[in-house]
Design a protein. Structure first.
Lengths: 223, 457
């Protein structure tokens, strides 16, 4: 999952980046509203974490602007101001969740997972596809009741497919979700990960849509 | 004592006092008049009796034919006695009212005599051989006087009580605007800072209402500033705290995932850096709070500016700024420069100025600190080669929690602390952009006086 972190304080941002990466997210960190706009224009982002105290634009105004332009990305607002009025304003202006600094890294990740679940139209933390069961926030998967060991990237890729179950995902979007703005990615890395997923969980778990990309297998008797 | 009671007492006492005086005066006057009228009646009665006797045949007065004295029944308290004089000394009483006193020894004219335990007012008329005495018993007069006093004293007393009651009501009514204002103020929530609703108050109360309005507004302003400050302070403390917490959790997670080495080390180093920022912010907030509460360090008002500048530089190096390599100290006089300010505050001032200069200018450029003396003042100029401050922002930089719009730690309190210290010590702070780029912060402080120079310490 590709997270856009908009936080102007370098020390806080580096901590969040490292923490989210350890949880399997790819993170793009920017410190101004302006660069957040340009990231959003150029890549696919699954989630945004927005700090309200930005140097070039008030975080709430950025939020309103994005929502006004139809951007429906899940957004979690971070702020060091804990006044209830601030929180209410943030939520009214289009934030999906709100966390006050200092927060717990585990809580941040749990909230991000919850946002992703809701954005994907699910209310439970478990993903079931035929005889495959996945707990994304735990990083665990079972095939026919037998635990399957997935690498961090494989799990992240599976999570992206489950996040957008009926959509055809282009290579570019999958790469963005998986790697964010990382530069030195092997050109065939994505197909290698898809190959491994098919081998471990069954050939038809991911369908190839010729010329367009991939999507989660359409037959879903498990649900 | 309530205002109402106090007013009532004042009015009541003055009313009673004045009216009692008037009443006393009236009473005395009336008594005198009454005595005069009654005396006149005594006199007139005596004359009347004398006139009647004169009309009688002469032999009536023949002492020899007349027997013992005759008693005439009369009203109680009134007496008359007719006697005939024999020579100069003796007299024979002819007629006397029944129960009347013996008035044979009284002097002519008016007099007051005690007879049989009663006081009598007596008038004696001597006409030829005839001696006529008329008398009033004094206690009858007194009863009359008492009746009179009662008949006009009672209405007076009722009127007095009535006017006091009316005053009590009127005062209560007059004080009602106070009560309304009091009720308004008492019913307010302590957090409610909205202005008072308009109260109908008489013109002489309006200044009080206006003053309360004014006070409320000023308190509201103060509370708003205080709230803003607490909010800002909380923000400043939470940011480094977040950095520390997040990095420590990253380190723990990294260890749990078996990723020893680089990531763990980096996270711990970052957490430590966060702790340094946190400590700095706390120190600055404490200093500001102390300055705000007017607590002055108990040091002498004598600081060696050069030594303070060196100490400030050393402290900045200790927290990881490259102060030792970038700061260039120039002292324009050989004599030591002593400013009239406690040493610790001089260090705080210089440290904040140098901290800003180092942080907001490229790390390859020097920061100059220029010390000179100009008469009774010491001039400290800190110059950097950074971007300076936009002209419209220069006035704002000494506001609390203002900071340059860039990714940076720092409490945003430095320059406001400098301004506060300098103001407290009759100095000035001026910020200006240099023509060649960069910012000059100039502090001018008074020199320590000779007395302070000689003082120990």
């Amino acid at each position: 999952m590709h997270v856009l972190l908009i936080e102007d304080n370098a020390l806080v941002a580096s901590g969040i980046c490292a923490g989210l990466q350890l949880h399997g997210y790819s993170v793009t960190r920017v410190h101004t509203a302006g660069s957040a706009d340009s990231v959003l224009r150029s890549t696919h982002v699954d989630l945004a974490i927005l700090d309200l105290g930005l140097p070039d634009e008030d975080g709430l105004s950025l939020l309103r602007r994005w929502r006004a332009s139809g951007q429906d990305l899940p957004i979690l607002v971070l702020t060091a101001r804990d006044a209830v009025a601030h929180r209410i304003q943030g939520l009214q202006d289009g934030a999906d969740d709100y966390l006050t600094k200092p927060f717990d890294l585990d809580e941040l990740c749990a909230r991000l997972q919850a946002l992703l679940r809701r954005a994907g139209g699910r209310a439970v933390r478990e993903l079931v596809w035929r005889n495959v069961r996945i707990l994304p926030d735990q990083g665990q998967a079972w095939c026919a009741g037998i635990p399957v060991s997935l690498s961090r990237r494989e799990l992240a890729l599976l999570q992206v497919f489950c996040q957008y179950p009926r959509q055809i995902l282009s290579n570019a979007q999958l790469e963005d979700s998986l790697y964010g703005l990382e530069m030195n990615i092997e050109s065939n890395a994505l197909s290698v990960h898809i190959h491994h997923l098919r081998r471990k969980l069954g050939q038809d778990i991911i369908e190839t849509v010729r010329g367009q990309g991939y999507r989660l297998g359409t037959a879903e008797p498990g649900e | 004592m309530t205002l109402r009671l106090r007013l009532l007492l004042a009015i009541g006492i003055s009313l009673t006092l004045l009216w009692s005086l008037v009443a006393g005066w009236l009473f005395m006057d009336m008594r005198r008049e009454l005595q005069a009228v009654l005396d006149n009646r005594l006199q007139a009665s005596a004359r009347m009796v004398a006139g009647l006797i004169e009309q009688m045949p002469v032999d009536v007065l023949d002492v020899d034919t007349s027997q013992a004295q005759i008693d005439i029944a009369t009203l109680d308290g009134l007496a008359c006695e007719v006697s005939i004089m024999r020579g100069q000394i003796t007299s024979k009483t002819l007629v006397r009212t029944q129960g009347g006193p013996d008035m044979s020894d009284t002097q002519p004219g008016f007099g007051t005599y005690r007879r049989n335990g009663n006081l009598w007012r007596v008038y004696v008329l001597e006409q030829g051989d005839l001696r006529i005495a008329t008398a009033d018993r004094m206690n009858v007069r007194d009863t009359l006087l008492q009746g009179l006093a009662l008949s006009f004293g009672l209405p007076f007393a009722i009127a007095l009580v009535g006017s006091l009651l009316l005053s009590w009501r009127a005062i209560g009514k007059g004080l009602q605007p106070f009560d309304r204002i009091r009720a308004l103020l008492a019913g307010r929530d302590p957090g409610d800072l909205s202005p008072l609703p308009t109260v109908s108050a008489p013109p002489d109360l309006q200044p009080l209402v206006d003053t309360i309005h004014d006070l409320l507004q000023r308190v509201a302003g103060a509370i708003l500033r205080e709230r803003q400050f607490t909010d800002d302070a909380a923000h400043e403390l939470r940011t480094p705290l977040t950095a520390i917490k997040t990095h420590l959790q990253v380190a723990r997670l990294a260890i749990a995932q078996g990723r020893e080495g680089g990531l763990v080390q980096d996270s711990l180093a970052s957490a430590e850096q966060g702790a340094v920022y946190l400590q700095e912010t706390l120190d600055q907030l404490l200093l500001l709070a102390r300055l705000d509460s007017q607590q002055e360090p108990t040091e002498p008002q004598l600081a060696d500016v050069t030594a303070a500048a060196r100490q400030a530089g050393a402290e900045l190096t200790a927290i990881g700024l490259d102060a030792d390599t970038r700061i260039r100290l120039v002292q324009r006089t050989n004599a030591p420069l002593s400013a009239a300010i406690p040493h610790s505050l001089m260090v705080a001032t210089l440290r904040n100025l140098l901290d800003n200069a180092l942080r907001y200018s490229p790390s390859s450029t020097p920061v100059d600190i220029d010390l000179s003396q100009d008469g009774a003042h010491i001039r400290i100029a800190v110059q950097d080669q950074g971007p300076g401050i936009a002209d419209d922002q220069i006035a704002k930089v000494t506001e609390r929690f203002w900071r340059a719009q860039r990714d940076d730690f720092g409490s945003g309190l430095g320059l406001s602390i400098v301004r506060l210290i300098v103001d407290r010590h009759q100095g000035t702070l001026a910020l200006s952009n240099r023509s060649g780029g960069g910012l000059t912060a100039e502090v001018v402080l008074p020199c320590a006086g000779p007395a302070q120079l000689n003082s120990p310490g």
